[in-house]
Design a protein around this ligand. Sequence first.
Ligand code: ADP
Ligand code: MG
Length: 263
Amino acid sequence: TQGSAQRIEIDNVSLRYFTRQAEILALSGISLSIEPGEFVSLIGQSGCGKSTLLSIIAGILPPSDGEVRVGGRRVTAPSPRIGYMLQQDYLFEWRTILDNALLGAEIQKRDMNEARDRAVRLLEKCGMGNFLDQYPRALSGGMRQRVALARTLTTNPDVVLLDEPFSALDSQTRLAIADEVVDVLRSEGKSVVLVTHDIGEAISMTDRVVVLSRRPGRIKSQHAISFPSVAGRRPTPFEARGLPEFNAYFNTLWDELDVHVEG
Ligand code: ADP
Ligand code: MG
């Protein structure tokens, strides 16, 4: 039954890339379990293997060792159970916003009436309800990413993988879109893995931050994130950034990441 949140189990995964000159160990012995409905972020320095790990979970890249299971079933190929949203939005300029959101459903040969209802509802939820018949060129970068998110969710995958979805956006847009994205993903109840190099994004948006070491990527540490409730509910990412707990987590993760400036 597709569409219900599923556990993601990453079991002792390693990955070697082979180039003509060398063998590169990109990931080594990664084991991680993400609970149904949990929202986890993966942070680490550029080149530590974050995108590689997402591609393995997505079934695009077979691991050299170990395996990934979603809902107890081994991942061996890309599947409609797994939604994958990339840094670039890959919208088709000649398709309307609604038709762009329907692309995945079309490729998967879904019931298109059902998909259309879902796409419209998701686009409305992402604040794009007034743009259904417009073309991507009319949209800002933040709006394009909202459409890409709606498209990823329209096929109702069990798990959602997001690879630096905000990295092309300016800082104000990032803050605004983070609130909406979290709202949509949590209300859909998906298991989510968000890759980001932004510590603040990881802390403010997710339930658990997993830190990868430099290459070969290994799990360096994990941090459960919780904030006191604001007006009886979980604080939004924007609100979370204003809480004292945010600074405490930030300092801890900053030390963990061990960022150096060259020179
Ligand atoms: P991140 O997303 O954390 O920046 P990547 O997963 O993209 O890191 O890459 C991890 C490491 O593997 C990097 O050192 C990168 O150069 C290397 N790598 C990535 N893709 C390939 C490839 N197709 N062939 C060889 N090496 C690769
Ligand atoms: Mg990457």
